[in-house]
Design a protein around this ligand. Structure first.
Ligand SMILES: *Cc1c(COP(=O)(O)O)cnc(C)c1O
Length: 311
């Protein structure tokens, strides 16, 4: 485990043409197993569980969730038990993500879509609490107050690492961007790339998370035009472009989060979104474990993806 995560420059002819400088904050390198932003988000939650004398943590996720994967390992190394309430059927426990989670001791509970939809419901959460009274309940994606504080440390680290104007992050549940915004206090531009289609609620979600009812924080925006078809969707062309960029830049980005951000960033550079001289930081949020599951499901055909991940 090591923070501050490294920051390295990225070079591409497009960046030179646009006269921008680009660096990448390598949160994917914080920990070999616990995915970048999930490590940031879980750190405070693990501390909270330990402080409160809980036996473990229960949380929610899809069958290939980076959060579930990270949670199982983070709990294991901290002597906590973990429960994953998973959207899907029992057989998913054999997949690349969940078989590892299981091997690290996670108790997997599979629920159908309708039940999973209740995951933010108060009555449902009371039931979960009654089932696991000695566990801390952490929402899907790990997004809560403790998570925001952990993500905020990205900004503290950057402060000591370089001067920059703009930071870009992928957005799923909005916990990560909210943590960046809250910690930044209006000093930089913060741009989020929604990896979800039609997720116009995300702005309100951010405001709720940073408790900014009066719209005092204005230095951020979420772009909604770069989801490439929706969550975990991408075309063959997108994948080929991403694979080519991975080679060119010498950094591995996966297609669901960090890679969508990268493809969005390239489009933005091409569109002239950045001003001459602008200094941009991309936040590599990790997520590389997810590639195994994509290869396994063949939604990422190995013929188009020249790398294999083995953990
Ligand atoms: C979960 C995840 C995100 C999205 O973070 P949110 O805090 O949910 O917005 C981005 N990148 C990776 C790799 C993730 O696993």
């Amino acid at each position: 485990m090591s923070t501050p995560s490294p920051i390295t420059p990225l070079h591409h002819p497009l960046f030179e043409q646009a006269n921008i400088s680009v660096c990448i904050k390598r949160d994917d390198q914080i920990h070999p197993i616990i995915s970048g932003n999930k490590w940031r988000k879980l750190k405070g939650n693990v501390e909270l569980a330990l402080q409160q004398g809980k036996k473990g943590i229960v949380s929610f996720g899809g069958a290939y969730s980076n959060h579930i994967h990270a949670l199982s390992y983070a709990c294991k190394i901290n002597g906590l038990s973990s429960v994953g309430i998973i959207r899907g059927e029992q057989h998913f426990q054999e997949n690349a993500t969940l078989s590892q989670a299981k091997s690290w001791g996670m108790n997997l509970q599979f629920v159908d879509r309708a039940t999973y939809k209740l995951r933010h419901d108060e009555a449902f959460l009371i039931q979960v609490r009654d089932n696991y009274p000695d566990h801390l309940i952490v929402p899907e994606g790990g997004t809560n107050d403790a998570a925001l504080t952990g993500v905020g440390e990205v900004m503290d680290e950057l402060e000591t690492q370089l001067e920059f104007d703009t930071i870009i992050t992928p957005v799923g549940s909005a916990g990560t961007i909210a943590g960046l915004i809250k910690s930044d206090k209006n000093k930089h531009n913060i741009v989020g790339i929604s990896v979800l289609k039609g997720a116009q609620y995300l702005e309100d979600e951010v405001k709720k998370l940073i408790q900014d009812d009066t719209n005092q924080t204005t230095n951020w925006e979420i772009l909604h035009d770069f989801h490439l078809g929706g969550y975990a969707k991408f075309s063959t062309r997108d994948i080929q472009h991403l694979a080519q960029l991975n080679k060119q830049l010498g950094v591995m980005f996966e297609p669901i989060y960090s890679g969508k951000m990268l493809l969005a960033f390239i489009s933005l550079v091409e569109q002239g979104y950045f001003s001459s001289g602008e200094r941009v930081v991309l936040l590599h949020t990790g997520g590389l474990q997810g590639i195994n599951g994509m290869l396994e499901r063949n939604i990422l055909p190995s013929s188009q993806w020249p790398w294999q991940l083995v953990q």
